[in-house]
Each structure stands twice: as structure tokens, then as C-alpha cells.
Design a protein. Structure first.
Length: 150
């Protein structure tokens, strides 16, 4: 078994991410691993982003700064004492970017939150966690929040 040195924790700043952070922190403490946070912003397919870029010359920088600030707050709230060595903001398809980042940045484990979607909801909304689990080149821990049985 390979040693876990770097854990990737993708965050969307949801309540579910807090639970995933607890697991990542526990695993990091036991293995001496570092944690890297990754936030993916989705590219806009509508005219709105062009208008924003026109109105705010440095829109991309502004978007990254806002995500950085949210990550700093997330670290303070849920990863206090953990060895967080990186925080990245990338624009693109979330599952593709998570997989690409893990592959190219020496990640030994991904800890990812799920949203308990089922049935048709998953079909229409899709599941980033599901795609990451199926295609990752390293182990993936999918952390589920308490789900309702229906």
C-alpha cells in the first residue's frame, strides 16, 4: 500500500464539505499527510460573464480572490490545526478538473462530499462525486451527509 502524502479536498462551500473536511483532517493526522483544497468555478455559457468582464476589467482576479477568501474562512472553521499546503481555484467542469488536478499533482487520496441525490435527480443534475469515484487514479473517500430514506 502506498503512503498517503497528499489529500485533495474539493470544496463547493456547502455544509457537506464540513463533514468531508473532518475525514480529510483525521486521515491527514494519522498518515502525516498534507491537505490541498480545490474549488472549481463553472464557466459561464451565457452573455452575463462577458458583460461582467466588461464592467469589471479584472473579473477573473475578483472571482479568484472571492474563492480564496471563502477557502481561508473554510480552513479556519473546519481545518484548524491541519497541514493545508495549497488552495487552488480552477475554472472548468468540476469532475474533469478534480481528476486532472489529482493526476498531475501527486495526490494519493481524494476526499469528496456527496449530496445524497438519487434516481431522476442524479440523472438530471449529475454527480461530480460519482464521476470522480469511477475515473480517479487514486483512492476516493466519498463522504455522505445523513440522508433521508424515502
Amino acid at each position: 500500500m502506498s503512503k498517503i502524502k497528499r489529500i485533495l479536498l474539493p470544496v463547493a462551500f456547502s455544509e457537506n464539505d464540513l463533514l468531508a473536511a473532518e475525514y480529510a483532517q483525521d486521515i491527514a493526522k494519522c498518515s502525516g499527510a498534507e491537505i490541498v483544497l480545490l474549488h472549481i468555478t463553472r464557466p459561464s455559457d451565457f452573455l452575463g460573464e462577458d458583460i461582467l468582464q466588461t464592467l469589471h476589467k479584472d473579473y477573473v482576479s475578483y472571482e479568484k480572490e472571492a474563492a480564496d477568501n471563502l477557502m481561508d474562512a473554510f480552513i479556519k472553521k473546519s481545518l484548524e490545526g491541519a497541514r493545508v499546503t495549497g488552495k487552488e481555484v480552477i475554472k472548468g467542469n468540476p469532475s474533469d478538473e478534480i481528476l486532472r488536478y489529482a493526476l498531475h499533482n501527486d495526490i494519493q487520496m481524494i476526499v469528496i462530499a456527496t449530496h445524497c441525490r438519487r434516481g431522476l435527480e442524479t440523472m438530471f443534475v449529475g454527480s461530480v462525486a460519482e464521476r470522480v469515484i469511477k475515473k480517479a487514479s487514486c483512492p476516493v473517500l466519498a463522504v455522505h451527509p445523513p440522508c433521508r430514506l424515502e
